[in-house]
Every structure is written in structure tokens, then in C-alpha cells.
Write a protein that binds this ligand. Structure first.
Ligand SMILES: [Zn+2]
Length: 139
């Protein structure tokens, strides 16, 4: 991604969580870390992109990553999941937005934000005009 900047890596927090899980099953149970919301798991199955490492908890090969986008300039699209291809074209359509990358294991429910970063061409724009959604029409 040519416009990628301000990358924040959450690998340390991820390692702490995993170490705590291994160290003491009593204080931190698998249920505490593998707490993916059913909606998150469903999103992972539909929109997730395969990722290399196996699940650090159950060893599953089905781990995926989801890219959540946030930003004032995105308007109603802030908070949505976008594919890498969509991010690629969005960087020249928006001045600045944040991408939060979350890894999800659909098998055991492990989920963790691995890193976040900013994308965008730096040109400030007004958010796109709000589009009517299915919810607006059918309430
Ligand atoms: Zn797993």
C-alpha cells in the first residue's frame, strides 16, 4: 500500500495475551480470549482473507484477517470491513482513514487486533453523501 503510514503493531499485546493463557489457565481461560462475537466469526467466514500463521491457540489453518476502516472522511462507511483490493483503490479516493487489522480463528474464536495503520492520499475531502440503505427503506 503506497500511502501506508503510522503503523502501530500490537504484536506485544498479542504475545502477552497468549503467554497469560499458557501460564495460567486458572486466571485466564480460553473462553476469555476466544471470545469472538458470533457476528465477528460470521464476518470472518464471509469477508476474511486467509493469513499465513496458524491459530496461536488451537493451531487451526483457517485463520483469516479482517480490515476494518474508520475515519470521518468515510462517512457512513466508517466501521465497515474492506478487502485488500478495496483498500488499494480507497487510498486514492480518501485523504485519510485508519485501517484496523483483526485476525480471527473461525474454529476456536480467537481474535486479536494485530496492527493498525493510516491510508489515504492526504487530500482532505468531505464525507460521501449518505446513501439510502436497506435499513432506511425497510426500517
Ligand atoms: Zn483457533
Amino acid at each position: 500500500m503506497w500511502s501506508q503510514r503510522e503503523v502501530v503493531d500490537y504484536a506485544l499485546q498479542r504475545r502477552h495475551t497468549l503467554e497469560a493463557l499458557r501460564r495460567s489457565v486458572r486466571t485466564l481461560s480460553r473462553g476469555d480470549v476466544c471470545d469472538a462475537d458470533p457476528l465477528l466469526v460470521r464476518a470472518a467466514m464471509h469477508h476474511g482473507e486467509p493469513t499465513d500463521p496458524d491459530c496461536p491457540v488451537c493451531g487451526s489453518k483457517h485463520m483469516v484477517v479482517l480490515n476494518y476502516v474508520f475515519g470521518d472522511q468515510l462517512g457512513q462507511y466508517s466501521g465497515r470491513i474492506k478487502s485488500s483490493a478495496e483498500l488499494d483503490s480507497m487510498q486514492s479516493e480518501f485523504g485519510e482513514f485508519k485501517v484496523c487489522v483483526v485476525e480471527v480463528c473461525p474454529d476456536c474464536g480467537w481474535n486479536h487486533m494485530t496492527h493498525s495503520y493510516l491510508l489515504g492520499d492526504g487530500v482532505k475531502r468531505r464525507p460521501p453523501r449518505r446513501q439510502r440503505t436497506v435499513e432506511d427503506i425497510y426500517g
